[in-house]
Design a protein around this ligand. Structure first.
Ligand code: UDP
Length: 464
């Protein structure tokens, strides 16, 4: 307790990039820090903080975690308000550091000075601000180390782009299996396809040599060789998975869910529906908070689910629901449930869930590993293809559905993959592997586990 009391003096700012998949892990990590005697203050954007019901996050360890927003320049509408991705990224790179610096100044004036800034890799400007104030700079990676290592190699000119030039088209970086072009992050594979996101992922490494710590939201066993390789260059520590404690070590009693959801989950409806289904009979499908599927892809998915004759629970964000084939929801109401948003963790933890058809966003991958659910990987873009490679060939908890020449996963392919994971001869193997990863994820977070020890080391450093 003495440590905790003393630690309240160690005040850190936690600066996430404003996306669901970025905020969740950084908020979760803040709860861990609070439980170990650090005082974290979260700095979402003003727009995002407006959508939060409260301006604090309660913890049972001491005072609630404070929210002190900064600006991305779009205080009324966030990303959706911006004219373009470029406009948004340009704006946050100007307003973010400006308002972060003002906040650090203000906190000092309030007698609550900051010691360290833990920032999302997508917000590298936060490190420049931290260094200007002489603070500890801590990079927090919300994507896998393999993905980050690939970006690092590109940024340093060690991988030449475009990939499909006259040279070899596969990608090899230390500690990562050789990757086919479609297994490489899409911004690298399709060089030029999303130039502003490409710049954003590269920028993570523009000032990395000035960081004091690099924290990765994985547990060590997931990517041993890559972590070891990265550790030669920076002070790298694995601190994940940042899945709520209730689903892992259960040491943080009040940590049962993510504290901020962009959409309202249909928790009770999903639970009641799952409760009425036999064990491992349900296919759960979700493409996360951002991916936008084509109407054609929706048609293929809908057909494959109908044909599979399995129960299914499908998260289709409200805006995307108009792309579903007409009448699909009513016609399949005995077989499936379509909701706009769900408590994904509850679904993955439910015994009725038999497999997860996922876009392989990194949080979804961490969650399915932590909860031991086999996967059909249907990656869409960004880091998801690389995550899918690991799902299939490294962690071996499922299969990847292949796209055709138009980039669409056809219904026959989906049916085949779903069948293989739900009832194929490898199902037991997938389940066994998933159970192994679930155990390792828990062990990492238990007292004295690899991630727990790393967090303790970091906390001791910050408390100093
Ligand atoms: N999620 C959720 N309910 C849903 C779908 C997703 O709570 O219906 C959560 C999921 O648990 C994960 C996050 O949203 O924590 C999505 O992050 P991920 O990295 O998987 O994908 P992204 O949204 O960044 O593409």
């Amino acid at each position: 307790m003495e440590d905790a009391k003393q630690g309240q003096k160690a005040h850190v700012l936690v600066v996430p990039f404003p996306g669901q998949g970025h905020i969740n892990p950084m908020f979760q990590f803040s709860k861990r820090l609070a439980s170990k005697g650090i005082k974290p203050t979260l700095t979402p954007t003003i727009y995002i903080s407006k959508s939060m019901q409260t301006h604090t996050i309660p913890t049972q360890y001491g005072p609630p975690i404070q929210i002190r927003p900064i600006s991305d320049g779009y205080d009324d509408g966030g990303y959706a308000q911006a004219e373009s991705t470029k406009a948004y990224l340009d704006s946050i790179a100007i307003e973010g550091p400006k308002t972060l610096a003002q906040l650090i100044q203000k906190l000092a004036e309030e007698g609550d000075p900051v010691k360290a800034v833990i920032y999302d890799g997508f917000a590298p400007w936060a490190l420049d601000v931290a260094k200007k104030f002489g603070l500890v700079g801590v990079l927090f990676f919300t994507q896998s180390c393999s993905v980050n290592s690939i970006y690092y190699h590109v940024q340093r000119g060690l991988i030449e782009l475009p990939l499909l030039g006259p040279g070899p088209s596969t990608v090899s970086v230390p500690g990562v299996p050789e990757l086919q072009p479609w297994e490489v992050p899409s911004f690298v594979e399709n060089y030029g396809s999303y130039p502003f996101w490409f710049d954003a992922v590269m920028e993570q490494f523009s000032n990395i040599d000035q960081v004091d710590w690099v924290l990765c939201n994985i547990f060590y066993d997931m990517e041993i060789e890559v972590v070891d390789w990265m550790s030669k260059m920076w002070k790298v520590k694995t601190i994940g998975p940042t899945v709520p404690s209730y689903y892992l070590d259960k040491r943080l009693e009040d940590d049962k869910d993510y504290s901020l959801q962009f959409f309202k989950p249909n928790t009770v409806l999903c639970k009641n529906w799952l409760d009425s289904k036999p064990k491992e009979s349900v296919i759960y499908i979700s493409f996360g908070s951002a991916a936008e599927l084509s109407e054609e892809q929706f048609k293929e998915l809908s057909c494959s689910l109908r044909n599979s004759h399995n129960n299914f629970l499908w998260v289709v964000r409200e805006k995307e629901q108009t792309k579903l084939p007409k009448g699909f929801i009513d016609e399949t109401s005995k077989q499936g449930l379509v909701v706009g948003w769900a408590s994904q963790l509850d679904i993955l933890a439910h015994e009725a869930t038999g497999c997860f058809v996922t876009h392989c966003g990194f949080n979804s991958v961490l969650e399915t590993l932590s909860l031991g659910v086999p996967v059909v990987a249907v990656p869409q873009w960004t880091d998801q293809g690389t995550n899918a490679k690991f799902v299939e060939d490294v962690w071996r908890i499922g299969v990847r559905a292949k796209v055709d020449e138009k980039g669409i996963v056809r219904k026959e392919m989906l049916e085949e993959c779903i069948k293989e994971v739900m009832e194929g001869e490898n199902r037991e193997e997938f389940k066994k592997n998933a159970a192994k990863w679930k155990k390792l994820a828990k062990e990492a977070m238990y007292e004295g586990g690899s991630s727990d020890k790393n967090i303790d080391e970091f906390v001791a450093y910050v408390i100093g």
